[in-house]
Design a protein around this ligand. Sequence first.
Ligand SMILES: Nc1ncnc2c1ncn2[C@@H]1O[C@H](COP(=O)(O)OP(=O)(O)O)[C@@H](O)[C@H]1O
Ligand SMILES: Nc1ncnc2c1ncn2[C@H]1C[C@H](O)[C@@H](COP(=O)(O)O)O1
Length: 204
Amino acid sequence: MHIAVTGNIGAGKTTLTTMLAKHYGWDAQFEDVDHNPYLEDFYADMSKWSFALQIYFLGSRFRQVKEIRESGKNIIQDRTIYEDAHIFAENLNDMKLLSDRDFNNYVSVFGLMKSFVSAPDLLIYLKSDVPNLVKKIYKRGREYEASISIEYLSKLNQKYEKWISNYTEGKLLVIEVDDLDFVEKPEDFGFILEKIEAELNGLF
Ligand SMILES: Nc1ncnc2c1ncn2[C@@H]1O[C@H](COP(=O)(O)OP(=O)(O)O)[C@@H](O)[C@H]1O
Ligand SMILES: Nc1ncnc2c1ncn2[C@H]1C[C@H](O)[C@@H](COP(=O)(O)O)O1
């Protein structure tokens, strides 16, 4: 079984992925953040590094897709390849931080990869508003993310809403996380587990 957790920067994907993997004994796949050779440079100069970063994330995410297909294990994945293309790359192009020429090149490579990608059995969308995202990004404290603007997060949130409202590839569970503290409150984590189990009824 393949479950994926999706959502904007700071929504709680890594935290929830870690907790679910531990709870169910699933293998977890995380984003390539700490050893990412472009991320810090990207936040310092988005226009200069956007194409290199997108190609890097695309390659790293495709490697995960391949592993999921080949492993036969129950896997929970922190963010999907769809988000790189439909949220981040598209938004950078909208904001003129990724040129049309580079974006078209990217879309053509993504199009080839997409035929090898299977949708997760369940996509869990962590929905959060911008002020709460800002608080959690601050709480996490990655220095290079201090430059993330409200405008950037808002535009990403708009892209997420549009993408999720058109998502038909598989089962979808939307969780509004702003009033939940699944880190400190076991009852909030329990609420999420109940929702997941209701969606996966029969697959467990
Ligand atoms: N529901 C929540 N309640 C309280 N703190 C949270 C919640 N979700 C995430 N956090 C905290 O917010 C920060 C960002 O979460 P993280 O899982 O890294 O987000 P993401 O992977 O979506 O970017 C972390 O410090 C985490 O402990
Ligand atoms: N495709 C991407 N383009 C730009 N930035 C990206 C992409 N995928 C992830 N990121 C960034 C956003 C955060 O700064 C880190 C980690 O993501 P997170 O949502 O905090 O797990 O990478």
